[in-house]
Design a protein around this ligand. Sequence first.
Ligand SMILES: O=C(O)CCC(=O)C(=O)O
Ligand SMILES: [Fe+2]
Length: 294
Amino acid sequence: MPSAITVTSLQHVLAGTPADEVSKIIQADGGVIVEGLFAKQVDRFNAEMDPIVNEWAEGVKGNEWMMEFAGYKTKRVTQLIARSKVFREEMIDNPTMLSYIDTMMLQTSDSYWMNAAQVIQLQPGEKTQMLHRDLENYPVFRGYGPQAPEVMCNCLVALSDYTEEMGATRVIPGSHLWDNFEDRGDQAQTISAVMEKGDALVYSGKLLHGAGENRSNRARRALALAFCPGWLVPEEAYPFVIPMEIARTLSPKAQQLTGFRSFHNGKLGGGSLWQVDYLELADFLGFNQGKVAL
Ligand SMILES: O=C(O)CCC(=O)C(=O)O
Ligand SMILES: [Fe+2]
């Protein structure tokens, strides 16, 4: 497929649309906007995050490439499990969201991990982020082009107004099918994923995208929830940073997503990983008492 726009807008569905319908759209376009996915949680989540985000420094520490990628006027708050009750109790294991993520992640992995969860706030004056595919976190897969397995996908929730002027995420629909993943397109090929607060852009790790320029005088806030197969190392080292007393209270699904349960690949015909003496990690940690094991 040539590196040209094949789709000129993103399709919208309502939260609760069956996963197979959502999956068909993601396969065709690379992503879809799910209206109202986190409408119930967004204000309460923001109330928890406001004092933290307000104090947070712009930009990240790291090498120059990372600083450029992350944005010099962008605030990125991580460790959301520890920082937000609403997040750990009502968002991380949202069944509707996970039914959509399942359609991508279960192709390559019987169980999967949350790769990263972060609040991304573009301050006024932030410039356009470089276009990228999230799959490039694992560069070897770039070489596979559109045949690459799904090794990352994302659910990006609008936590504020999300207009083009404020820097709504820009995407190139159809770019998940381009022949050559070294080709990262250009801004002229992008469209703006304008959303209402509480809507989410659910997209494949193969889709070209990047944060837009914030030309307004207001901050644009998003929550990015990324996922990867259990056999890849996630971005955030959850088992080291989630306090055990919080980990114990998470749902079995949330524990699975954050590395407190073993990874099994029985359905796809692989082995079990992330075990202790060949035993289930959650048993070793005493997490299965009183809970239904996954
Ligand atoms: O903030 C955005 O709109 C997108 C950010 C993004 O794609 C990333 O940091 O990987
Ligand atoms: Fe990204």
